[in-house]
Design a protein around this ligand. Sequence first.
Ligand code: PGA
Length: 253
Amino acid sequence: MSRTSVIAGNWKMHLTKRKASALAREVAARQGAAEHRRCIVFPAFVHLDHVRRNLKGSNVVLGAQNCWSKKEGAFTGEISPYMLRDMGVQVVLLGHSERRHVLGETDSLLVDKLKVALRAKLEVMLCVGETLEEREAGLTFEVLRRQLKALKHVKDSQVPRVSVAYEPVWAIGTGLTATPAQAQEVHAEARSSIAGILGDSAAAAMPVLYGGSVKPANASELLSQADVDGALVGGASLVIDQFGPILDAAPVV
Ligand code: PGA
């Protein structure tokens, strides 16, 4: 089956209010009325409202990079998925490798975040991926299966609001990219794990994005792999001259 490509920009802890707003306008213009690809941007929390205003009237989707695992309460410094929803956010990124490996988020915390984000009616993009040591020890699929177990908590009615991003930790921000064949191999395995958890039709419909040093030069080849449904782009999403060509690399289905 053909899935609509998803090209997402993870702006991480970058940009000023003014630069984020300007980039949002550039992305909106570049995305235009394209229907064969979905474009999502993930600005920092404090820029969400400015970016939302600058995306108005476009079909670029507003995402947030994280949320907390509870609806509300005494959690100083945290942001509820319900607050994000209230602000006009549609998608939340969960389990990004920097959250897992730098900020220490665990699989069980991510299960709680996933459940409450879906209850808040957000879409969830769940990030998974192995470290270099895990890959070298032959543990890539095992890590993938463990991280994907969070999907057991997705109800049938919520499946259309879930996507997965495979981001090998060793490829993030390093300039190293999985080869298209490596990406395809892991994506196929991810899809079969998803099928084991949620069933064949859910797995066939669920977008599985690749992330990790996606650039204009490697985007087309990665996106042409059968099980690679899009790209989650970090560094190259901060400049329209790089993100634009990646958007344009989404195959017309
Ligand atoms: P990168 O980041 O494109 O800079 O490697 C990808 C990501 O962290 O989502």
